[in-house]
Design a protein around this ligand. Structure first.
Ligand SMILES: Nc1ncnc2c1ncn2[C@@H]1O[C@H](COP(=O)(O)OP(=O)(O)OP(=O)(O)O)[C@@H](O)[C@H]1O
Length: 259
């Protein structure tokens, strides 16, 4: 069974630029997929479409069997959680309040507007904080935490949403290597233990190879590689990172160096 079904999806922005040129793929329930690709390949656009933050120009997306369209956006959004590169926390709020915002998708708009949470929500938030090892930081201001800890809060917020899918858009791009490792390990552990489908956009080929069970390579709005990490050969990396008209490409050199 697949959690996410993407069929002939295109995305053209109002300025006429076509960021996705026909993506078709299935993402299996409980899988850990990493999307690799050079800057501008369309990775973030694809994730934003899966989360309903952008609407496709063509094609269709189904999440857990239900078509993602304007009619059921709110319902489907509650089952898809997002983890961001810059964490997207409210700095002046406590860690636990930030985690509680993950419950908003399950509350009425009145509850959402007034930040009305139930005791049950607080229990769920505290459990999520325990999962990411931050129980002792619950009442600290979010901006007093290190980058790695802030990303843990971002993951706890995603967990508190009780999602079927976690989408992470370059979740380690702002972190040092040790924290990056920990965050990827945490996402992997969540997939292993909770069976949540995880899709991560990354620039680090080495992390992709170690943590993913499937790698999708994108270039210029198209899928140009799709396979397990073992098949990510130097040739496959060339296909993913090659840029038109560039004889010597630093981006490609870097990708190959870390492969
Ligand atoms: N709102 C927009 N209007 C016009 N073009 C856009 C818009 N959003 C993104 N793009 C363009 O679409 C292309 C794909 O962008 P996207 O952010 O999805 O790439 P990416 O693979 O995630 O890159 P990066 O790794 O740098 O984050 C880029 O050329 C970008 O400039």
């Amino acid at each position: 069974m697949s959690t996410i079904s993407i069929e002939s999806v295109t995305k053209r922005f109002p300025n006429g630029f076509e960021a996705l040129k026909g993506i078709s793929t299935e993402i299996a329930a409980g899988s850990f997929t990493v999307i690799l690709g050079p800057s501008g390949a369309g990775k973030s656009t694809l994730l934003r479409l899966l989360n309903g933050l952008e609407i496709p120009s063509g094609g269709s997306i189904r999440i857990a069997g239900e078509a993602l369209d304007k009619g059921n956006l709110r319902k489907l959004r509650s089952s898809v959680a997002m983890v961001f590169q810059q964490f997207n926390l409210v700095d002046r709020l406590s860690v636990v309040t930030n985690v509680l915002t993950g419950r908003l998708a399950h509350r009425s708009w009145v509850g959402s507007v007034f930040y009305l949470f139930r005791t049950e929500d607080m229990d769920i938030a505290q459990q999520a904080l325990a999962r990411v090892g931050l129980t002792d930081k619950a009442w600290s201001r979010a901006d007093k935490l290190s980058g790695g800890q802030q990303q843990r809060v971002g993951i706890a917020r995603a967990l508190a949403q009780r999602p079927k899918v976690i989408l992470a858009d370059e979740p380690v791009a702002s972190l040092d290597p040790v924290s990056s490792e920990e965050i990827m390990g945490l996402l992997r552990e969540i997939r292993d233990r909770d069976g949540i489908t995880v899709v991560v956009n990354l620039h680090q080929v080495d992390l992709a190879k170690r943590f993913a069970d499937r790698i999708i390579g994108m270039n210029s709005g198209r899928v140009v590689f799709d396979g397990p990490p073992a098949e990510l050969s130097p040739q496959a990396l060339r296909t993913i990172y090659q840029r038109e008209g560039m004889e010597h490409d630093n981006h490609l050199d870097l990708a190959l160096a870390y492969a």
